[in-house]
Design a protein. Structure first.
Length: 257
């Protein structure tokens, strides 16, 4: 097989949660450009409509589904709607997430549960649903969990994001555990750990940390609108068929210093 063919995604369906903006939309662009039929979900219909228009302008076939993954029945409904429209899910990108900043000693119960529900519970429930309905029986599939370099270290300085850091560490080991269990079904489960990107979620932290983030990054830059594209295509395609249970930090080297 030629190298170009290893990265081809034509005929495959990719479901991307939190796909209406930021990193999710960037990954939708990448998978769509490689031929996948893209399904993006998010809570806000207006943002999904804007994202769909953007993707269609790039020649990418995109379906949108409004879904609040903090609801206990959301995973089943999201998979139901995706299968009704597309018939199959070949690639699952667990990208939707939340954060909340507060000192650990004053951290609100509501905040802890919100972050854990969306960052830990929802990816498991959705992976379980997609796995048993779309991947296990066919003995193939790709699951990519979007973790963070925050899952590799403690919460330092003004960040005070203990729930987020804890949830992203859980996402990394969830990736390992699921990969170990589902490898016999030919399902690859891997994680991407982004560093700082100028997204809506990161805006507050970047306002506080400012230039210090760049100063402590070996490549001396933030991530941009294309820095996840190559990695997500690699992990979603046949090029990574012998890789599972791994995480890839995309952070300009910030996690090594």
């Amino acid at each position: 097989m030629q190298v170009r063919e290893l990265f081809e995604l034509k005929g495959q369906v990719a479901l991307i949660t939190g796909g209406s903006r930021g990193l999710g939309l960037q990954m939708a662009e990448a998978l769509g450009e490689m031929g996948a039929r893209v399904v993006i979900s998010a809570r806000k219909a207006d943002e999904l409509a804007q994202a769909q228009k953007h993707l269609q302008a790039l020649g990418i076939e995109a379906l949108t589904i409004v879904s609040d993954l903090q609801r206990p029945d959301a995973a089943v409904k999201l998979v139901d709607e995706t299968l009704a429209a597309c018939g199959q899910i070949d690639i699952l990108i667990n990208n939707a997430g939340a954060t909340w900043g507060a000192p650990a000693e004053d951290y609100p119960d509501e905040a802890w549960h919100k972050v854990m529900n969306l960052n830990v519970n929802a990816p498991f429930f959705l992976a379980r649903e997609v796995g048993k309905r779309c991947m296990i029986g066919r003995k193939r599939g790709k699951i990519i969990n979007i973790a963070s370099i925050a899952g590799l270290k403690g919460s330092l300085g003004p960040m005070q994001t203990i729930a987020y850091n804890t949830s992203k560490a859980a996402a990394i080991n969830f990736t390992r555990a699921l990969a170990a269990e589902w490898g016999k079904y030919g399902i690859n489960v891997n994680a991407i750990c982004p560093g700082f990107f100028p997204t809506k979620m990161a805006a507050g932290l970047l306002d506080k940390l400012g230039q210090s983030v760049i100063d402590h990054t070996p490549l001396q830059r933030l991530g941009d609108e294309s820095d996840l594209k190559g990695a997500v295509v690699f992990l979603a395609s046949g090029a990574s068929r012998h890789i599972t249970g791994q995480y890839l930090a995309i952070d300009g080297g910030a996690s090594i210093v």
